[in-house]
Design a protein. Structure first.
Length: 170
């Protein structure tokens, strides 16, 4: 195990922690505005709970490597533009674009955890491999749910949008 490999791994774990914090913020904003899409709101709220659990699990990996929280690298800036696109929307078709953006962000998380699993395997860190596999499975489930439900959300939006006097955007 090279020290350089461990340094990269810890950087990526810190990035994952910041990514989960960003995900929580985006999902909370989305859930707070969803009024007319109860299935989507329920699934987003469920994933907020999962995301909070992910933060604890990722922090446990950081803690095992005795890394100070004060040196956590914050990558929120790297993904804040994306977060604004998903979390800060107030456009008419916000719910549809939010569902699409949510799916894209889930795939970013899946890719990040796939890389972390490979790095943890390289370091023979089986505990981290297990943690990241567990998190990745939940991210995959959310990505599949959003993709499978996108047609329903889109149809609901179009029907609401075509109905006079009915708000469609949230």
């Amino acid at each position: 195990m090279s020290n350089n490999s461990e340094t990269h791994f810890l950087d990526w774990v810190r990035d994952a922690h910041a990514m989960e914090k960003q995900a929580e913020s985006m999902l909370e904003k989305m859930a707070s505005r969803l009024e007319h899409y109860p299935d989507l709101k329920l699934r987003v709220e469920q994933h907020i709970d999962e995301t909070r659990q992910h933060q604890v699990l990722v922090q446990s990996v950081i803690d095992r490597y005795s890394t100070s929280q004060s040196v956590l690298k914050n990558i929120a800036g790297k993904i804040s533009a994306f977060g604004q696109a998903m979390g800060g929307m107030m456009v008419e078709d916000e719910v549809v674009k939010g569902a699409i953006s949510g799916n894209v962000f889930e795939h970013l998380e899946i890719a990040s955890y796939t890389s972390l699993i490979a790095a943890a395997q390289h370091l023979n860190d089986h505990e981290s491999v297990d943690i990241f596999n567990r998190i990745r499975e939940q991210e995959i489930a959310m990505a599949e749910w959003t993709l499978n439900n996108l047609p329903v959300v889109t149809e609901q939006y179009l029907v609401r949008s075509a109905t006079p006097g009915v708000e469609a955007k949230k």
